[in-house]
Design a protein around this ligand. Structure first.
Ligand code: COA
Length: 174
């Protein structure tokens, strides 16, 4: 078993436990980053809803981004479970891409999955710069972006539902 203990019901990925499984002969389970597609619609939509609640995309937007061209979509999986998702919207004419969404299952946070997803999407967009927008109050995401070298380049006033401003951040990828 990979998740949790008798004392804790929280599903945390434990690399040491995964390794122990290997030595005991069971199949190891490690976080994998893979391309996502329309077949992941239900799982990604559920994950989005868990992560974003009222800010989650409507189903038609989600289906679009899982099928449209010029979009890098990646899922973090543990076995058959999707525990993270990121999307890079590539705009070659702007010579930049946008991180349109990134989310990690609340039970799997602070284990480096968001970091790995950004690493992978940044490596695949093939343009010199990456941008994103984030709620100004979203300290967790801003901490992740700052750590990865994103810097504030602007604001969109009252961009989000409820009237909160968006902070625009950018990173040079080359
Ligand atoms: C933002 C989010 C994707 C981060 O995913 P994650 O897998 O937990 O992030 P990581 O474990 O890779 O964190 C990497 C680093 O980012 C920073 N960070 C991430 N979450 C943090 C938090 N809650 N508090 C402080 N720093 C945090 C830390 O520097 C962290 O490194 P550390 O754990 O060694 O201190 C996740 O919290 C999430 O899905 N949030 C809800 C959706 C969301 O807000 N998405 C962004 C919309 S713009």
């Amino acid at each position: 078993m990979v998740f949790g203990t008798k004392e804790s019901t929280q599903k945390r990925y434990n690399p040491a436990l995964a390794m122990a499984e290997t030595t005991m002969g069971a199949l190891p389970k490690t976080i994998q980053i893979e391309e996502a597609n329309w077949r992941d619609f239900n799982a990604v939509r559920q994950l989005e809803q868990r992560c974003f609640d009222k800010d989650a995309w409507p189903w038609w937007d989600m289906l679009s981004v899982l099928t449209l061209p010029n979009i890098v979509r990646l899922k973090a999986t543990l076995g058959t479970e999707i525990v993270g998702f990121v999307m890079g919207d590539v705009r070659p004419e702007q010579r930049r891409a946008w991180v349109s969404t990134i989310c990690v299952d609340p039970d799997f946070r602070r284990q480096g999955i968001g970091d790995r997803l950004l690493d992978e999407v940044e490596g695949r967009v093939n343009v010199p710069r990456m941008r994103l927008s984030v709620r100004k109050s979203n300290e967790n995401a801003i901490a992740l972006y700052e750590r990865r070298g994103y810097q504030p380049v602007g604001q969109w006033p009252r961009y989000y539902r409820g009237g909160e401003d968006a902070l625009i951040m950018e990173k040079a990828l080359t």
